[in-house]
Design a protein around this ligand. Sequence first.
Ligand SMILES: [Zn+2]
Length: 435
Amino acid sequence: MMNNELKAKIEELIPQLAVVRRDLHKHPESGWTEFRTASLAIKKMRELGYTVTMGKDAVCKEAMMGVPAPEVLKRHMERAVAQGADPELVAQMEGGLTGFWADMDLGGEGPFLAVRFDMDCNDVTECADADHRPNVEGFASVNAGCMHACGHDGHTAIGLALAEVIASLRGQLKGKIRFIFQPAEEGVRGAMPMEKAGAVEGVNEIFGMHLGFQANRMGTVICGTKNFLATTKADVTFTGVPAHAGNAPEEGKNALLSAATALLNMHAIPRSGKGDTRITVGKLIGGEGRNVIPPKAVLVLETRGITSDLDAYMFGEVKRIAKAAGDMWGCGCSIDIKGGTKSGESDLEVAKVVAEEAREMGCFDKVVEEQNFGASEDYSHFMSTVQAAGGKGTYVQVGTSLRAGHHNSHFDFDEQTLANALELMSRCVWRTLAK
Ligand SMILES: [Zn+2]
């Protein structure tokens, strides 16, 4: 469904997409430090006539996980301002409250539609290769250790352009639209604190999208994604007692042995007959020196499940094993949850609508109605919450060839995908909200 005005507006905005994307690519910000990105986006949304909910009203502070230390946040706030962010807006995001949503009441009786875009980058150092396009064309990251290696720079650019399309044609639409700009998707930390603050309260329908990922060639589009894995990210810390390894090892309590016992047994958790589960202890940090009984060890781990219940089963076993492994070696054990999200399924009826629009566009030669995800993305937290309240939603993956896989320092996408994604999302919103 496409009228001439909509088509013309999209075409007018296409050249801006790469400009905005490249500016964000050059100034990437990782989870809970998206001060510059959010401040630019808030300014733009207000200019377009949207009502912005931000700061403590948009992010439930108590539910935030994996927030950087205060001195790190302060440094990033200063960097954002030095790179052009509005100091007053940045001050309102103190504590890492970088998520926000922006509403427009379109008038009349109609659905309340939410569209969600993520803003954070990865903790990756961008490659220095001379033929890496961001280096060739001068938009490589200037922020050390930070890189948009997942395409969220593109997502934010698409969200802002979509907001402009909708605002300029609002007279032809009805109902209400909300743009959710989410921080800290990496580590699946951002959605839940925004949901707790009311980000999807009253929402009837929700769309989310990602560039690339499983749609890893130009011309492919995946209109509905199912089997998002529920996941829990946590650090388990064992605390023992140091002692001389030669003359008094019996006086020590060996935290590294607790961690090693826990690690092996966590990987031996019986798998459930009810569906797929995962456990990975990705990192073990422990001990102080060759001849010291190790007083401290930390396991950095995650569990996943095809349903939220299965993830809860895995994480429940993790807790039981951690405590038992601590007790076994006389060590204390504490568990710090760093992130997590629910599982999710797109609604096929919504995915079919996206597929119809995608086929009409003509630029997609492979339109997939639904596909298993087998990964986690905390958009599923928003979507599941909307569905639990009787609403519906889908998650779209818009195809692009990729220079390297997501989260790789050589990552780059074909910017033609920005235009394809903008048109597809505009058509979907239009179809949902047209008078
Ligand atoms: Zn991503």
